[in-house]
Write a protein that binds this ligand. Structure first.
Ligand SMILES: Cc1ncc(COP(=O)(O)O)c(C=O)c1O
Length: 383
């Protein structure tokens, strides 16, 4: 099946018992065991739930992995993956990963003796040079949040394989519709499914897909032991959202391309970060490993223009955290999504105060352009 069909029929396609085209929400914590030592495959919903299982099989099919796991948030998914490591292990991370990923490593896993090293993973020499005996995994985002740096997933996976360590890819920005890290050699894929997979800003959820039986067993043990599972209702919501991923991503791609060109030609703007520009340093790699450029653009507003005024003058685009929904969102990474990263690190990598991130939705493109144009015109300082 091609991905557009798999999105709708992958995993467990409907309810075998009744013929219902949608998997029911099995809103139960426990299951009747017919007699001592006998059950119907389920004992307790933290360990397994049919609605969550349908979602897990679906995301595993989509990412072409061995098994999938549903979590209560993207951060619960990341936390479960990081729980694979032990005291003394080191994880190499891309230099502008999502702020929460940095925070959980810096403020939680650090306490358990798991170290991290920040590397510009778009530079393969730097990745190679960062390898030492303690490094057990390379954790990348491509494109990164929010600066849209592109990392060559296949090449990084080759470096990791040669060292016998894992490649972990946060595929939130691309989704399996546009990019399949496991096919490129990665071992573990993480999603904040809150974003494009769900697609409607109505659930907080996360998924992990792994490429082997060994990792599947270990991840299931961690999922069941630590318990950050996705609820049956939210599993249902995600399955529902995923069905329209292809058409949504096509429209996100289309709208974003037009807006990126528009922003690039505006006098108020100093720099636009978008991997669909031919002069983006990662353009060739993006074309090699993904089927589009996604729905995120970041840009720096020039001195003399006030980014707060820009946000305050948006009418259609919502000022708020998150991304990947059908509605366009604008956010201020330095004070919102990436506030947990110390300002020295933020400034060094380019997450400056006048950086704005847009998640372009699927609204009418002329309405979106008009909204951005008005907000830019109103953003002049002392006006
Ligand atoms: C790339 C990326 N990964 C992970 C997360 C964390 O996901 P959640 O907010 O669902 O916990 C986010 C959230 O913004 C994200 O953008």
């Amino acid at each position: 099946m091609k991905i557009e069909s798999l999105l709708i029929h992958g995993g467990i396609d409907g309810d075998e018992k009744t013929g219902a085209v949608n998997i029911p929400i099995y809103q139960t914590s426990t299951y009747k065991q017919p007699k001592f030592g006998v059950n119907k495959g389920y004992e307790y919903s933290r360990t397994g739930n049919p609605t969550r299982e349908a979602l897990e099989k679906l995301v595993s099919d989509l990412e072409e992995g061995y098994a999938g796991f549903g979590f209560a948030s993207g951060m619960a998914a990341t936390t479960a993956v990081l729980s694979l490591f032990k005291c003394g292990d080191k994880i190499v991370i891309s230099n502008n990963v999502y702020g929460g990923t940095f925070r959980v490593l810096d403020k939680v896993f650090n306490h358990f003796g798991i170290e991290y090293k920040i590397v510009d993973t778009s530079n393969l020499e730097e990745v190679k040079n960062s390898m030492d005996e303690a490094v057990r995994a390379i954790f990348i985002e491509s494109p990164t949040n929010p600066l849209m740096d592109i990392t060559d997933i296949e090449e990084v996976s080759n470096i990791a394989k040669a060292k016998g360590i894992y490649t972990i890819v946060d595929n939130t920005f691309m989704t399996p519709y546009l990019q399949k890290p496991i096919k490129l050699g990665a071992d573990i894929v993480i999603h904040s499914a809150t974003k494009y997979l769900g697609g409607h800003s109505d659930t907080v959820s996360g998924v992990v897909v792994v490429n082997s039986e060994d990792l599947a067993e270990r991840l299931h043990f961690i999922q069941n032991s630590t318990g950050g599972v996705l609820s049956p209702f939210d599993s249902f919501m995600l399955i529902k959202g995923i069905k329209t991923l292809a058409i949504r991503m096509d429209r996100h791609n289309e709208n974003t391309k037009v807006i990126a060109e528009f922003l690039r030609n505006r006098k108020e703007i100093e720099k636009v970060y978008y991997p669909g520009f031919e002069d983006h340093p990662g353009y060739e790699i993006q074309n090699k490993q993904a089927k589009g450029y996604g729905g995120i653009i970041s840009f720096v507003i020039k001195k003399g223009y006030d980014y707060k005024k820009f946000f305050n003058n948006l009418e259609i685009i919502t000022f708020g955290e998150s991304l990947g929904g059908v509605e366009s969102l604008a956010c201020h990474p330095a004070s919102m999504t990436h506030a947990s990263i110390p300002s020295e690190i933020r400034e060094k990598v380019g997450i400056v105060d006048n950086l704005i991130r847009l998640s372009i939705g699927i609204e009418n493109i002329e309405d979106l352009i008009e909204d951005i144009k008005n907000a830019l015109e109103e953003s002049k300082e002392n006006d």
